[in-house]
Design a protein. Structure first.
Length: 623
């Protein structure tokens, strides 16, 4: 490709060292940008030049404080992989009213040990229903009841001063049908019609639908919606009011790049790439995980690296294990796409283990997942704002001696409380009669038995947190789970929420926070403190799931240069054990290990470490 066009008009006002910095970054990253664009667009050089101009303009406009952050992050590119990182996710309004309220509560988060805050979509959405803000109407403004862009900037400043990075959603797959682009398309502007995927009749939609899965089979069946204004079938993977954008159009890439750079200059440090798997469509496929998705990510990531390297990307790819690793960069995209990705499989298996009181299936499934690149990290979590879909692979289930279909049905029965003796109190989300799938909504505490009054619920919550914080990666807590909040009994009465049971597990934060009667908060804080002092939990060290010796115990080894760490988790309601041989195999000496959660030696007898009901230990050598 030819060199990019001159940027003097954009960079002229900058001091020499700044210009040199920009040039050095271009020299470093331009090859990645070019490589990303070639498979995507007919004229990659033209797209590259437009992107570089955007990057130069954003670089020139970036504040001194954020340039300083860029420098610090360049010197510590592993900042988000460190054991002291703890994440928290919340709706700004449900957490603290508005953005200024969140800033006022920053001390609460810092005190809990939080270093990363994911605030749910806060750019202006269409009026309700808007899928919890995932139907964005305007990328340039903040939802008016939450504040303004200035408030957002002020909030990122307050958080940054406390060492907390703000993560925001970038809803890549769609915009609201009320978005300016869609309105222009509706008004007949062909440029903007090209921002979407619109078909004059059903022939292509029918052909695509032959291989497309249903995302919201219950309240939004099908993937296309007829629109009178554009006189066509619009691709709407999610709800009918969420119009999928056409990423094959380079103008769409440019628009999103501009949004990223502008939010990065407002102080946003992590971008959550919402529903990223769906962004590229291909006939005859399920239109997820297409190779172009990763090229698009690489293009956006590279542009942000040039203008705002303090930022990182998090992929929201709730996809099968065979497709997941590509989001963290495999092959030629190694180190060039997202830095973080949700470990959906771990989350699902935490619940599967607790219901079945057996770690065998989880171990089989987790062992099959390839190791992520050492510069990336899993986002680990017990649950999030979304439902839990039972992503249990049939082949994994067969290897563990159970039927995939049967186990998924069992989990749905269990977590809705229908299974005899169950303590789970979740709700069904999106029952799909065609596949038999029933996804589940519920807070951590309600799913773990607190709502049912089960005496073991606090221990189960602590165990789930121990797994999530002890796996390695960036653990993210959902607002209120640190207090054991139950499902919101009034969830369905709010306008637009009645058919979406996910609102049950998005309760409002009670201030002042309730007494920690069950010790849930204290238990979590113990784990946060222990984690901070455990270099073994740096995400560059991979987690290795060992074969269970006792079916009830999940074993996770982390082989760090400082020595091994063994996490052992009893997922059952009876005492269990870890044979000393497991420790020996890792180079740990049974008499010389410490449980880093309690700071004491674990209970050892009969050549085994003993684990109480729902017990967890993080063992390292004392020497
Ligand atoms: C993601 C979000 C989910 C939303 C969907 C559509 O999966 O997590 O809440 O419904 O994208 O934007």
């Amino acid at each position: 490709m030819q060199p990019t066009s001159p940027l003097d008009d954009l960079l002229a006002g900058l001091p020499t060292h700044r210009r040199q910095l920009f040039e050095a970054r271009l020299e470093r990253w331009l090859p990645d940008l070019e490589a990303a664009l070639v498979p995507l667009y007919a004229d990659p050089a033209e797209v590259r030049d437009r992107l570089v101009r955007l990057a130069a303009a954003a670089f020139a406009a970036r504040s001194e404080e954020l340039h300083a952050l860029d420098l610090r992050r360049s010197l510590a590119p592993d900042w988000f992989q460190r054991p002291e990182m703890i994440g928290y996710a919340a709706y700004a309004d449900r957490f603290a009213g508005d953005l200024a309220g969140v800033a006022d509560r920053a001390g609460y988060l810092e005190d809990l040990g939080v270093r990363y805050l994911h605030l749910m979509p806060l750019l202006t959405p269409r009026p309700a229903p808007n899928d919890g803000g995932y139907a964005v109407q305007d990328h340039r403004s903040v939802r008016p009841d939450l504040g303004t862009i200035e408030d957002l900037r002020a909030l990122t400043g307050v958080l940054r001063a406390r060492g907390i990075s703000l993560c925001l959603d970038l809803v890549l797959n769609h915009v609201a049908r009320e978005h300016e682009w869609a309105r222009k398309a509706q008004a007949g502007d062909p440029t903007y019609r090209d921002y979407f995927l619109v078909f004059p009749d059903r022939s292509l939609p029918d052909a695509y639908e032959r291989t497309l899965p249903e995302v919201f089979p219950d309240f939004a069946p099908g993937s296309f919606t007829w629109d009178d204004d554009v006189e066509g079938w619009v691709w709407t993977t999610f709800n009918h009011y969420q119009w999928d954008v056409n990423w094959a159009n380079p103008d769409v890439l440019l628009e999103y790049a501009e949004t990223i750079l502008s939010l990065a200059n407002d102080g946003v440090e992590v971008f959550r790439l919402d529903a990223i798997a769906f962004t590229w469509k291909r006939m005859g496929t399920d239109c997820q995980n297409q190779p172009e998705v990763h090229a698009l990510t690489q293009a956006l990531r590279t542009v942000s690296r040039i203008a705002a390297p303090a930022t990182v990307f998090k992929a929201e790819a709730i996809v099968g294990p065979q497709d997941l690793l590509a989001y963290l960069g495999q092959g030629e995209r190694h180190g060039k796409v997202s830095d973080l990705a949700y470990h959906n499989s771990l989350m699902v298996h935490v619940w599967s283990m607790l219901a079945s009181r057996d770690a065998t299936l989880a171990a089989r499934a987790l062992q099959r997942l390839a190791t992520p690149p050492s510069t990336t990290a899993w986002v680990t979590y017990a649950r999030c704002h979304d439902d839990i879909g039972w992503a249990i692979d049939d082949a994994d289930a067969a290897r563990a001696g159970v039927s995939g279909f049967g186990h998924r049905a069992f989990l749905s029965d269990f977590y809705t409380g229908a299974f005899p003796g169950s303590w789970g109190r979740g709700l069904v989300f999106q029952e799909n009669p065609a596949t038999g799938d029933r996804r589940i909504s519920g807070t951590l505490a309600s799913l773990a038995g607190l709502e049912a009054g089960d005496p073991w619920a606090p221990a189960r919550i602590q165990l789930a947190h121990a797994i999530v914080l002890g796996f390695g990666g960036l653990p993210v807590l959902w607002m209120g789970d640190e207090l054991g909040l139950l499902n919101d009994p009034g969830w369905a009465s709010e306008p637009g929420h009645a058919d979406d049971s996910r609102w049950a597990h998005r309760p409002r934060m009670p201030w002042p926070t309730p007494e920690d009667t069950h010790g849930i908060n204290a238990g979590l804080r113990t784990l946060v403190a222990a984690r901070r002092d455990l270099p073994h939990l740096h995400a560059s060290t991979p987690a290795q799931v060992l074969d269970p010796r006792d079916r009830a115990v999940l074993l996770i080894a982390r082989r760090h240069p400082l020595g091994a760490m063994l996490g052992a988790y009893n997922v059952s309601d009876h005492p269990a054990h870890v044979p000393h041989q497991v420790l020996h195999d890792l180079g740990l000496v049974p008499g010389h290990v410490m449980d880093r959660i309690t700071g004491e030696a674990p209970e050892s007898r009969d050549d085994a470490v003993q684990l109480p009901v729902y017990g967890a230990v993080w063992l390292t050598s004392t020497t």
